[in-house]
Design a protein around this ligand. Sequence first.
Ligand code: ZN
Length: 171
Amino acid sequence: MINPNLEIAQVGKRILRQQAQSVTDITDKKLQQLIDTLLTIAIEANGVGIAAPQLSQSYRLFVVCSHPNPRYPDAPLMKPTIMINPRLLSHSQEIVKGWEGCLSVPGVRGLVPRYRTIKVEYLDRYGNLHQQELANFVARIFQHELDHLNGILFIDRVENQEDLVPSDLSK
Ligand code: ZN
């Protein structure tokens, strides 16, 4: 069993603030191992997403794995999905605020504005290109994880101090 506390880069680490590099060789054995590790940690930490820079690997890939949780009881249950070189193609004008936390920022939750619906594209672990429309909680996860690839944390997007609270108070 992987202990996520030992594996996951915490806020303050430089790698969380860097622009991650695009994946050029999806068949690379080390990259495929990284994908397996991301999937394992996402499941074991019961997270809804995790990005490679959180494992101190500066590559453009993350896992999205929405499941119902106390803050989003209606969140869809989905198979953990690896998204490589993800891109945001377009987005709704509508922006909604919702609570977010992060395995790299323990102890706090924030009310973060995100686009309600987005159109995205990404490669899967076999190199196939996917285009998808995402909405609501899943769109939120994608935007949170994409931020990780650009060195941005959710605490950067919180609009005022009242929207950032200890995680036990935001439930
Ligand atoms: Zn995060």
